[in-house]
Design a protein around this ligand. Structure first.
Ligand code: ZN
Length: 261
């Protein structure tokens, strides 16, 4: 019963196009349009509408370039538990979003964040010492009480031998939602633990940041995993074909502390 109440609360928080709305989670029809290039591109997001002002005025924006020297070390292990979920993908016009029912959690400083969805960017949004990866997955967790988010970023690199990534194989076995508002659903289950296992979670960079899409709300604790995972060029190309370039350029660090484990 508790879980149902919490889920309903989370949904009600997601509905309005408020400062807490998350673009890829549930884009409201009322949310002002944005693009990844041209006069509605990332450099102009903050000017499109007053509710997007954080995109240009906030000093803790994402993504960032992760420098060689980071500010601090941490020993904190990430308390993430993934549960399998049915394939439930949607093309929202900016990215492909796989939504989850409650059941996967990230406990951070005693607060439980629930996995809402993951989505993908081609190329990566975070760069590492200037290096850009071909794809990045964002697993978005939310604290239903505060509305704050914790996002795990998983970088992809191309496997030169052409070996397929099994998780992406499972995810795309019935195809991808190719056009805006297309969906792909199936009872077949996928499990993020197949991609992001304990070994992946063992080393990461973390820093305080924002949504990387309008309204760019500075409410995200970021955890970018230090180990990239591999996928075949063909698998990554499938996402490029559907999403095109959907990455925001890196943003100024503005003195923020980056922790490394
Ligand atoms: Zn993202």
């Amino acid at each position: 019963m508790k879980r149902i109440v919490a889920a309903a609360f989370a949904v009600s928080l997601l509905a309005p196009a408020s400062a807490f709305a998350v673009g890829p989670v549930d884009p409201s029809a009322a949310a002002p349009h944005f693009e990844y290039s041209g006069d509605e591109g990332p450099f102009w997001w903050g000017e499109i509408d007053p509710i997007y002002a954080d995109c240009s005025v906030s000093l803790r924006q994402s993504p960032i370039d992760i420098p060689r020297e980071v500010s601090a070390r941490t020993r904190t292990n990430l308390a993430v538990t993934f549960a399998p979920g049915a394939i439930n993908m949607k093309n929202n016009g900016h990215t492909v979003v796989q939504s989850f029912s409650p059941g996967s959690t990230f406990v951070l400083e005693g607060v439980t964040y629930d996995l809402l969805q993951f989505h993908l960017h081609t190329t990566s949004e975070h760069t590492v010492q200037g290096r850009r990866y071909p794809m990045e997955l964002h697993a978005v967790f939310r604290d239903a009480v505060s509305g704050n988010l914790a996002v795990i970023g998983q970088l992809f690199e191309v496997d030169r031998r052409g070996t397929e990534n099994e998780f992406l194989h499972d995810l795309t076995q019935f195809g991808l939602p190719e056009k805006t508002d297309d969906t792909v659903t199936n009872a077949a289950e996928i499990d993020l633990a197949d991609l992001i296992d304990a070994k992946q979670l063992a080393t990461y960079w973390s820093y305080p940041g924002s949504l990387t899409t309008p309204p760019c709300s500075p409410i995200v604790s970021w955890f970018v995993l230090r180990k990239p995972v591999r996928a075949s060029q063909a698998q990554i190309q499938e996402f490029i074909d559907v999403m095109g370039n959907n990455y925001r350029p890196v943003q100024p660090l503005n003195g923020r502390t980056i922790e490394r484990k």
